[in-house]
Design a protein around this ligand. Structure first.
Ligand SMILES: Nc1nc2c(ncn2[C@@H]2O[C@H](COP(=O)(O)OP(=O)(O)OP(=O)(O)O)[C@@H](O)[C@H]2O)c(=O)[nH]1
Ligand SMILES: [Mg+2]
Length: 479
């Protein structure tokens, strides 16, 4: 009898807890993306460490001052009561390996950067918050403080290059891709593929081996464009970053404009069919379940890396970002595939510690001009913002000794693999559109810098630039 009562009571407690949870728990899904090497993993490590430190390390440095200010109530109390990492549960998406990445950075003898990642990874932070107003705090005493589940998904930015592709037919995509492939520098890097195309007969019959061989040659051309010319407008996104799907026959297609039409039984028909299947698969396995569920999105961009890779690489990165920006502009206003509407997209220039304090704001202007130069990217400017950050600050600002009475601002940092600090001066960074004169001088070579040794322990703050103000703009209204 007692056990029946206990069960009933337990059931009632669970019911009350569930009702309380339903009333009190909100989920905010934030996508974090950027082309490979943009700084996604490092950004996530810094963001999570600093959020944990904010509540767990009350005595330590206040590492997110702007965020703290935004979360302080009218009586001067911090409304953020707790931050914890939620169990990954039975999720199908790999958990973001926060602790492992962080400990690599905290190795006292030789701190190192996390290795590159090419699959999506997810982590959920639970933010416990007291109410903003006195009335709300009264409600808290009955229902308990509100919890906001901050779901962070790190995914390869290359997949975003498939957003514009979803809106194209095979013929449109082939024509555009082949036009670019015939121009420098792509032409020299895709010679083997173009020779293969030229030898194809327009009425060639469907054949798995020909389709696969063409795909391999085309993918190799894309790889060389990325490796040798640092180009970024390289589609389809999964050819370079296949993620969990690997190399499957679905991918065995390539651009071809030489056939009269996609007739059944022909190679043209086969390529056409696979292109359409690729679009369907991208929608079903990524854009609908993940992308369309985001409430907010962060797009990280290594603006300096693109700038110092030279004019062609910079313009190609701008093309890729502009096309991504244009797709976002449409989806910000119209919602995506009946999914939830993304409320805010923050475009963020990373690694801002490479330039001195006086020039950092230039990165924001340059990023905005890269994205807005593309047709349609301007769209509805509502819900979009531009920022600059350094996730893990590796430099400090200093004045170089005056030459001819003129002081130059520099940053002091240690090159990866070296022991001693030295001054770096990347030159003047444009504050908006890059003027042609910029390309006439030799480029600064962006060295990889040695990260500072992080203090061990997951909840220790990490020195950064501007992550706090980015958080305020991106999610402040929802907390
Ligand atoms: N100086 C400096 N370097 C940074 C910063 N953030 C990232 N980096 C550098 O950029 C590299 C790439 O950063 P990741 O976070 O691994 O980039 P990612 O976007 O996750 O890269 P993939 O996983 O390969 O797509 C790091 O190894 C660092 O060398 C920063 O704030 N300052
Ligand atoms: Mg990564």
């Amino acid at each position: 009898m007692v056990s029946v009562w206990r069960q009933l009571l337990d059931g009632a407690t669970v019911a009350v807890d569930t009702a309380r949870d339903l009333a009190n728990v909100d989920t905010l899904k934030v996508g974090i993306t950027g082309l490979s090497g943009a700084g996604k993993t490092v950004f996530m490590v810094s963001l999570i460490s600093n959020l944990l430190a904010m509540v767990r390390n009350q005595g330590a440095v206040d590492s997110l001052p702007a965020f703290r200010k935004a979360l302080t109530d009218d009586s001067g109390q911090l409304r953020l009561l707790d931050v914890s990492i939620e169990s990954a549960g039975p999720s199908r998406v790999p958990r973001f390996a926060f602790e492992a990445f962080r400990s690599t950075l905290a190795q006292p003898a030789r701190p190192d950067w996390p290795v590159g990642t090419d699959k999506p990874a997810r982590i959920v932070l639970r933010l416990t918050l007291s109410a903003r107003s006195t009335l709300g705090r009264l409600k808290d005493t009955f229902l308990g403080p509100r919890v906001v589940r901050l779901e962070l998904l790190d995914y390869p930015g290359e997949w975003l290059l498939d957003l514009p592709l979803l809106e194209q037919s095979y013929e449109e995509w082939s024509a555009e891709t082949l036009r670019l492939l015939n121009e420098a520098p792509r032409a020299a890097l895709s010679e083997a593929f173009r020779t293969f195309l030229a030898a194809l007969s327009p009425g060639a019959p469907a054949d798995d081996r020909t389709a696969e061989h063409g795909f391999q040659l085309y993918r190799e051309a894309l790889r060389r464009c990325r490796r040798e010319a640092e180009l970024r407008w390289l589609q389809p996104g999964r050819f370079l970053t296949p993620g969990p799907w690997g190399d499957v026959p679905l991918h065995h297609f390539f651009p071809w404009a030489g056939a009269p039409g996609p007739l059944p039984g022909t190679l043209a028909g086969q390529l056409h069919e696979r292109f359409e299947a690729y679009k369907r698969e991208s929608r079903e396995s990524f854009f609908e379940p993940y992308f369309s569920a985001f409430d907010r999105q962060i797009v990280l961009v290594d603006v300096l890396g693109a700038l110092f890779a030279g004019r062609t690489a910079f313009e190609d990165t701008s093309r890729a970002l502009g096309r991504i920006g244009a797709s976002y502009a449409r989806h910000l206003t119209g919602g995506w595939l009946l999914g939830r509407k993304i409320r805010h997209v923050a475009f963020v220039a990373t690694k801002a510690d490479y330039v001195d304090d006086l020039q950092r704001p230039h990165l924001q202007g340059m990023l905005a001009s890269m994205i807005e130069a593309a047709p349609g990217a301007h769209g509805n400017a509502l819900g979009r913002s531009f920022h600059f950050v350094s996730s893990i600050r590796c430099t400090s600002d200093a004045n170089a000794p005056a030459k001819d009475g003129v002081v130059t601002r520099v940053v002091m940092g240690t090159k990866l693999g070296e022991e001693h600090q030295r001054a770096f001066y990347p030159g003047i960074v444009p504050a908006g559109a890059v003027p042609p004169v910029f390309w006439t001088k030799p480029y600064f070579v962006l060295p990889r810098l040695r990260p500072p040794v992080l203090r061990p322990g997951d909840a220790q703050p990490v020195d950064h630039i501007n992550i706090d103000s980015l958080l305020v703009d991106l999610i402040g209204d929802a907390l």
